[in-house]
Design a protein around this ligand. Structure first.
Ligand code: PLP
Length: 340
């Protein structure tokens, strides 16, 4: 892009050079203006894009341009070619799936984060990033009244994942490796996972990635007389049957706020079952977790003290841009050493 944002004679032929600070300032202001105008007029767009598949190929060149474009030309392209193909998730008329609750304050934060462009894979790669993450996850844990074992000054702690799907994969791998350590590497084919038929499909995908045998993924039918929560007796029964067949039950996933039915599984009872069989107990509160900060909904997390891991998405109900999924574990070295 020609950072001057001015006409360059019409051929877009400025030299290839990065913007200097003053050009960045000017272009940045214009970008913020563009976004503010978009937010102001968002309600005038149809929420669902009306384009047909492949529409964009018709509108863009076959190969990458080899000269920079002006900012004006870029804004024109966005208005004419991109916005018609956008589904407007932030529109007040958007009611599909989940609200993707970013906020204008949230994406200004994203802008700063993009400017720093930190790759925070260890403390030294940017101490502030790691320390801020730990502190904010502790704040969240306190707001959710999670047991103290989930705080960073205990053996556990919180860490940001991309999505709830990644979070469940991470803890499933940790649980798998913990169990294989106990029963021997060759036991993989015996490991069994339990969840209700209301559980998000992310768990089944995680099982595939983790090498859990498909026939060892137990989908326990939820109880419609209990608002689609799973019955602990049904989980217990499935575990007994598997134990008597020589299998190794190792992972229970409960949900607080299932995707299609908003069911809340009975955490204390499922937690007892998991502890009784030395199984990993994960709680997926992807969208409803945020609500549990309200005192009147906190009781839905009663039983979380029995969990090995707990997850909620800040990107669903917490005014944070996608993707930002918060995962806490009770014993963080299990994750670090086994996956590290
Ligand atoms: N779990 C529950 C209960 C959900 O509602 C969702 C998403 O809708 C997920 C998991 C998956 O979330 P993500 O898109 O962050 O992987």
């Amino acid at each position: 892009m020609d950072g001057s944002g001015t006409s360059d004679g019409g051929d877009g032929g400025g030299s290839l050079r990065p913007m200097d600070a003053e050009q960045l300032r000017e272009c940045g202001h214009r970008m913020v203006d563009f976004i503010a105008d978009y937010y102001k007029s968002m309600e005038t767009f149809p929420v669902l894009s009306q384009v047909q598949p492949g529409y964009l190929k018709e509108l863009l060149p076959d190969s990458a341009p080899n000269r920079p474009d002006t900012l004006d030309a870029l804004f024109d392209d966005i208005r004419e070619k991109i916005i018609p193909g956008v589904t407007h998730w932030q529109s007040p008329s958007y009611f599909a799936y989940y609200p993707s609750n970013s906020s204008t304050a949230g994406f200004l934060g994203e802008m700063l984060s993009a400017a720093f462009n930190i790759v925070g894979f260890s403390w030294i790669t940017s101490p502030a990033a790691t320390e801020l993450e730990v502190i904010v996850l502790d704040w969240f844990a306190k707001m959710l009244k999670l047991p103290s074992q989930f705080l960073s000054d205990a053996p556990g702690g919180g860490v940001i994942q991309g999505t709830a799907s990644e979070a469940v994969l991470v803890v499933l791998l940790a649980a798998r490796d913990r169990t294989l350590k106990k029963h021997g590497k060759k036991s993989l084919e015996k490991l069994v996972v339990y969840a209700s038929d209301q559980t998000h499909s992310a768990l089944q995908k995680a099982c595939q990635v983790a090498g859990i045998f498909p026939e060892n993924f137990r989908v326990v039918k939820a109880d419609c007389s209990k608002n689609y929560a799973v019955a602990p007796e049904a989980v217990s029964e499935a575990i007994s049957v598997d134990l008597s067949s020589g299998l190794i039950p190792f992972f229970i996933c409960a949900t607080v706020g299932t995707t299609s039915s908003s069911a809340v599984d009975p955490l204390p009872e499922l937690g007892n079952i998991a502890q009784g069989h030395d199984m990993w107990f994960h709680i997926d509160a992807a969208y409803a977790g945020s609500a549990c900060m309200c005192p009147e909904y906190r009781h839905h997390l009663d039983g979380v003290e029995k969990a090995d891991s707990f997850n909620m998405n800040a990107h669903k109900w917490f005014l944070t841009n996608f993707d930002c999924s918060l995962l806490w574990v009770k014993v963080s070295h299990v994750i670090l050493f086994q996956l590290g």
